[in-house]
Write a protein of this length. Structure first.
Length: 211
């Protein structure tokens, strides 16, 4: 799926990344210390915004073609940004606490919660309901899902390394920015494809999605 639709998926990721980067810069320039606080919040939740857009895109191309434009995809996700933001903040705090206190609980929570975004985007679940829905789907398949998490993390890191090496000859100033935008745009869709298809696989044979 990534190979067949990589241009569409990478472009969506690029648009989201640039929009968040612009919003972050705007907050810092216009709101001072308060803007820095807002930028810190964005640094936590923007990956969930990005995954939300990509989950919508992956769901769209499952039939072999992209029926939604980039604009239509982002419009569908925009109405769920509040839920994605709060769920993302809670998930990051919970997983980080688990990893800090004892690594295993953090990995367990990461495994149980990887389907939060599909639950919000594809089923219209609220924040707390999305956590419960993700845990419900993963239950009984935790080791398989953990394998998916581990594989996608390895691919994500490998993608970033490749992008960094390709852009290494560039001057330091543009190199950092371009590595960040290209790395995120190329690797994030890999994670979204794998996790969204995991959602559909685990949902198979169970009740249909509400939306």
């Amino acid at each position: 799926m990534y190979r067949a639709h990589w241009r569409h998926l990478v472009w969506i990721a690029c648009v989201v990344y640039l929009a968040v980067a612009f919003l972050t810069l705007l907050l810092v320039l216009l709101a001072g210390d308060l803007g820095l606080l807002g930028a810190g919040f964005l640094s936590i939740v923007w990956l969930f915004w990005l995954q939300g857009a990509l989950v919508e895109a992956v769901s769209d191309v499952r039939d072999g073609r992209a029926d939604l434009t980039v604009g239509q995809t982002l419009t569908r996700v925009r109405r769920r940004l509040n839920a994605l933001s709060l769920a993302g903040l809670l998930a990051v705090l919970g997983i980080s606490a688990g990893l800090f206190l004892l690594v295993v609980p953090g990995l367990l929570l990461l495994t149980r919660w990887i389907l939060i975004v599909p639950a919000i985007i594809l089923e219209g679940k609220g924040v707390l309901a999305a956590f419960g829905r993700s845990s419900e789907l993963v239950k009984g398949s935790s080791w398989s899902v953990f394998g998916v998490v581990l594989l996608t993390v390895v691919l994500y890191v490998a993608g970033w390394i490749v992008v960094s090496l390709v852009l290494l000859p560039l001057p330091a100033a543009p190199q950092g920015f371009l590595t960040s935008i290209v790395g995120s745009s190329v690797t994030a869709p890999i994670v979204a494809v794998a996790w969204t298809l995991t959602y559909y696989r685990l949902r198979g044979g169970r009740e249909p999605a509400a939306g």
